[in-house]
Design a protein around this ligand. Structure first.
Ligand code: SF4
Length: 228
């Protein structure tokens, strides 16, 4: 599902200190996604059309040279867009750090970006193991996700793995299985568990309980950080 529109960006967050670790950044929110996660907080971005062209976004970014450290590509799924690689190349050339927020489905695009040394940091969504993946994302994209995870590990790209948890959708045993999966692949470091917060989501979900915090989920190599 490649996007082929002249205005692929839904909106721009001009300034944040919260998204790129220890750096100032702006965020480009790309319209469109190839998943339909039940808990998605951005249905207007997933289903909506963009209104900002790459040219307009480049102009905005050019005016932030030496004012911001980084540009975050988010969405939606930013790597779906046909001209994402050439656009990111232009932004990198201006001297910005590049962060990609991705659901991991676009392994080939990610690979090309890594080969071209265009990526400085990645936030990779780990939605679920295969048993729950389709139910939660309404997609069958677990295999590409796993390939992207391996690719990041093999290339030593700084990245974080994060999972949104709604207590009806993922149980403690599911999370333990996900942690084992990460560990078996050689992942070490931070694993961010983001508690679901009720709001405008793709599917109307009931209240979620923060049960995971009662458990010691950390392993020798993986530290658990809760968000939300
Ligand atoms: S939460 Fe799911 S549906 Fe929403 S943008 Fe991310 S991958 Fe797409």
């Amino acid at each position: 599902m490649k996007q082929n529109v002249s205005t692929p960006i839904y909106s721009i967050t001009p300034f944040t200190l919260l998204d790129y670790p220890h750096r100032s950044a702006c965020i480009l929110w790309f319209a469109g996604c190839n998943m339909r996660c039940l808990y998605c907080y951005n249905p207007e971005i997933v289903f909506g059309k963009g209104s900002i062209s790459f040219e307009k976004a480049l102009q905005f970014i050019k005016n932030r040279v030496q004012l911001l450290d980084a540009v975050v590509f988010s969405g939606g799924e930013c790597l779906l867009h046909r001209k994402a690689i050439s656009f990111i190349t232009k932004v990198k050339k201006m001297g910005f750090l590049i962060k990609i927020d991705t659901n991991g489905s676009q392994t080939k695009v990610l690979e090309e970006l890594i080969q071209k040394e265009l990526i400085d940091y990645v936030a990779l969504d780990f939605k679920a193991m295969p048993a729950n993946f389709e139910k939660i994302t309404r997609s069958n994209l677990f295999v590409p996700f796993a390939k992207s995870l391996l690719l990041l590990l093999q290339n030593n790209i700084p990245f974080e793995v994060r999972t949104t948890v709604h207590s009806d959708l993922l149980k403690i045993e599911d999370i333990r299985e996900m942690i084992s999966f990460l560990e078996n692949l050689g992942y070490s470091g931070a694993y961010y568990i983001q508690h679901f917060v009720n709001g405008s989501t793709i599917e109307k979900l009931g209240e979620s309980f923060k049960e995971l915090e009662k458990h010691n989920l950390a392993t020798e190599k993986i530290k658990i950080h809760f968000r939300g």
